[in-house]
Design a protein around this ligand. Sequence first.
Ligand SMILES: *Cc1c(COP(=O)(O)O)cnc(C)c1O
Length: 379
Amino acid sequence: MTNSYDRVVDAHIPFLDLKKQYLHIKAEVLAKIEQVLDSTSYTGGTYVEEFENAFAQYCQVNYAVGVNNGTSALHLAMVALGIGPGDEVIVPANTFIASAWAVSYTGATPVFVDCHPGTWQIDAQKIEEKITSRTKAIIGVHLYGQPFDIDAVKQIAHTYNLFLVEDAAQAHGAEYRGKRVGSFGEMACFSFYPGKNLGTYGEGGAITTSQQAYADHLRRLRNNGATERYYHDELGFNMRMGSLEAAVLSIKLPYLDEWNSRRKQIAHMYQQGIVNQNIILQQQPDFAQSAYHLFVVTTPNRAHLMQYLNERQIFPGLHYPLPCHLQKAYAHLGYQAGDLPEAEYLSAHCLSLPMYAELTNMEVERVIEALNGYICPKS
Ligand SMILES: *Cc1c(COP(=O)(O)O)cnc(C)c1O
């Protein structure tokens, strides 16, 4: 059997290729862009609302509020929850740094929690020991597209009266116990950075919520704190979504499920095909249906494997080489190497295999063959 994905094999297999997807939808995108430009409605307004409505429906929530990027989405979620100086927010140590920035921007302090050694998601068992009288919220991250254990984290949030915010920047379309992520916390934050599962041509983000009061407040906050033009009720921000970015997202959203299911096929090929003892895959709990934003593995000697793959024209990514608590920007928080050992192990040994919907079966097989032929040096 052949399918449309069995095409010519390029010599070079990058971690991500945005060009192939663009070529599939180019005509549609260009027509829509022309429509936006002709309308002279360049920011906020109709095109943003059109996308917000479609995305809220996709996420099975009442409201989606479009903003200028995923970091702003997280930042505004913190502001809307009233997080500020003196407060603490629980954040996983292994995530993209923006999950923590959002807390710091408000003057509050991120408190980092280690990850589970098998799923690499926030370890719910290690949250309670980090809770103090100042803790206000937990940001759970569906890292690599795979939902964290939402019920376990929600239970803790409930017991200690904390807000729960989902960082779903990598998880558009991922499911937790059969329900799409984006609807489990007070709010969920998405990024539409070009390389995400749903990415625009530029920058974009959104907050989803089921509560109208939050949605109204977020709309005001992104628009300079104004409901009526030039009357500013509170300290606001210019974090509106642009019309071109929104229009591109409206074109792409109907394709998301198809692209995600191709990512799932590729992930299954990796999961079935990789049999090398020195390549460790991410554990997949029954409750989680990953959107496979990234396909991360660990290996005892990453530099060696990286070089081996590069010599074979395969170019993996690194997500992420240094956990948040050891970043220089957070040196003042006083964490030491060894404080969060699982996150530190992951950051030193992880490697992200090529993963995007347009990878051909032959390319995926070439990656699998290379990995199975890899011999790890004795340490
Ligand atoms: C991409 C990402 C963000 C930030 O989104 P931007 O649109 O780049 O600002 C936040 N959290 C996670 C987990 C991400 O992957």
